[in-house]
Design a protein around this ligand. Structure first.
Ligand code: SAM
Length: 279
């Protein structure tokens, strides 16, 4: 019988967040697949555990993934851990879970530390509906497209960001959503210098322009007010379809995406975009 893949979260800063179930699972599995074995060994040492480890990180998923799957299929159980937080959330794991699902291997996700949920909860912004956007691309065009696609977004938006890119990201967010849009900057969560700065995009860009950011950040940004999110005109919608089409998205998929983003009619967008292209 196949073994089980356990997705085991690890602390994002506070070792006290290692739950009993996390500790028991790390102790019971046959082996651990770790993003960085040097980081994970520190947790194992802290817990007084010794366990065989293999590495599973962003650049070896294609070779390491199938090798882990083979061991699972042969009946071994595995705990997947990353450097901090929940595996598969802006961290390695997504492909391995998909492979297990396809091969009929059970996957058990253990609840635990996750920066995005912790930040959302403490943000003071609406939590009823939210969207997790991960890291914005460093490539200018992809970044712009990503932000453009969020202009009408009414749900609270959550971004991850590295401290050295924070300032330029705040500038881009301000330009995309306006200086008055509210943001909660959640820094060093669960750590000694944990801080939540509830402010606006304009004020945040100014503040960090003068006070260089340090530590890890989650950015929780208020969604667009319904009035701001008035549907785009058909002309603007068609523009968006053609923009996506130029990036290599098929006309059909571009129309579908633009319809989702703008609330405009998909068939009409498609028809108008094809006509505009043939002009
Ligand atoms: N899988 C992880 C999780 O569940 O949160 C996220 C890993 S992602 C590679 C790392 C990003 O998470 C950081 O750049 C930062 O945006 C956020 N992050 C991680 N720990 C944090 C902390 N203690 N305080 C604030 N943000 C944190």
């Amino acid at each position: 019988m196949a073994g089980i893949l356990y997705l085991v979260p690890t602390p994002i800063g506070n070792l006290g967040d290692l739950s009993q179930r996390i500790i028991d699972t790390l102790g019971e599995v046959d082996f651990i697949a770790a993003e960085d074995t040097r980081v994970t060994v520190k947790i194992l040492n802290h817990l007084g555990l010794k366990k065989p480890m293999v590495s599973y990180y962003r650049h070896n998923t294609e070779t390491s993934g199938p090798a882990i799957l083979q061991r699972l299929l042969a009946g071994e159980s595995c705990a997947l851990v990353t450097d901090a937080g929940t595996p598969a959330i802006s961290d390695p794991g997504e492909e391995l879970v998909a492979m297990c699902a396809e091969s009929g291997v059970d996957v058990v996700a253990i609840p635990g530390p996750c920066a995005l949920v912790t930040a959302l909860a403490v943000s003071g912004l609406p939590t009823g509906r939210f969207t997790f956007e991960g890291f914005l691309a460093t490539n200018k065009k992809n970044r712009k497209n990503h932000l453009d696609s969020l202009r009408q977004e009414q749900r609270t938006m959550i971004f991850y960001e590295a401290p050295h890119k924070l300032l330029s990201t705040l500038g881009d967010l301000r330009d995309a959503f306006g200086a008055d849009r509210r943001i909660s900057l959640c820094r060093e969560l669960t750590k000694l210098h944990e801080e939540v700065r509830r402010t606006t995009l304009g004020a945040a860009a100014d503040w960090y322009g003068e006070n260089p950011p340090k530590g890890e950040f989650v950015l929780v940004v208020e969604g667009a007010a319904p009035a701001e999110a008035e549907p785009l005109t058909m002309e603007e919608g068609v523009q968006r379809v053609l923009e996506l089409y130029e990036q290599g998205v098929s006309m059909k998929d571009a129309s579908r995406q633009a319809a989702q983003e703008t609330g405009l009619n998909r068939k009409e967008l498609y028809r108008e975009a094809v006509a505009a292209q043939n002009e």
